[in-house]
Design a protein around this ligand. Sequence first.
Ligand SMILES: NC(=O)c1ccc[n+]([C@@H]2O[C@H](COP(=O)([O-])OP(=O)(O)OC[C@H]3O[C@@H](n4cnc5c(N)ncnc54)[C@H](OP(=O)(O)O)[C@@H]3O)[C@@H](O)[C@H]2O)c1
Length: 175
Amino acid sequence: MTASVFVGTSVDGFIARQNGDLDWLPTGGGEPHGYDEFIASVDTIVIGRKTFETVLTFGAWPYGDKRVVVLSGHSVDLSAARGGIVEQMGGPPAEIVAKLAASGAHHVYVDGGITIQRFLRAGLIDRLVITRVPVLIGEGVPLFGSLPHDVRLRHVATRSYPSGLVQSEYEVVAA
Ligand SMILES: NC(=O)c1ccc[n+]([C@@H]2O[C@H](COP(=O)([O-])OP(=O)(O)OC[C@H]3O[C@@H](n4cnc5c(N)ncnc54)[C@H](OP(=O)(O)O)[C@@H]3O)[C@@H](O)[C@H]2O)c1
């Protein structure tokens, strides 16, 4: 099973404003930058509870009929995800990954700052695709956080787009 991150950040490394606002991201995701191809390659989406709450404000459920796993340590009302295939899990990332692998997941999309950080700390992310949006927002929800040790990355490619998006793809080098 492979676990990937595909995320948009400000140049100063934030994925949302402190209050969760995403108003600094280009409307509608901006110009095509590989998201459609990426999401088509994924069979399971793992999101943190806070990202789930944000997604519910979008109106239409954005993940179609993909299996979505919402992580929380509390009981989450999943009924608002109308039309979605949604379940809840929680606990150490290694246990979550083991459950997903045992239930047939092949390519997992891990999303949400805290969620990504916990998976990275546990050595469970294989690939990072980070799209930098040309803006500094000063403060907000960080993509990265503390780590127990360095995580070595292999640079796969960096692509730039006319609107100013700069996307870098990395493989996490096995420890
Ligand atoms: N720019 C982008 O591409 C992008 C992408 C994704 C999200 N975002 C934004 O980022 C913000 C959310 O990020 P965030 O870092 O605040 O939070 P998050 O990762 O979405 O959610 C954090 C919550 O997820 C739960 N959680 C995570 N790992 C868990 C585990 N292993 N076991 C049990 N529960 C677990 C916990 O919920 P409980 O507190 O309920 O226990 C935790 O408080 C939102 O504003 C969202 O819109 C931006």
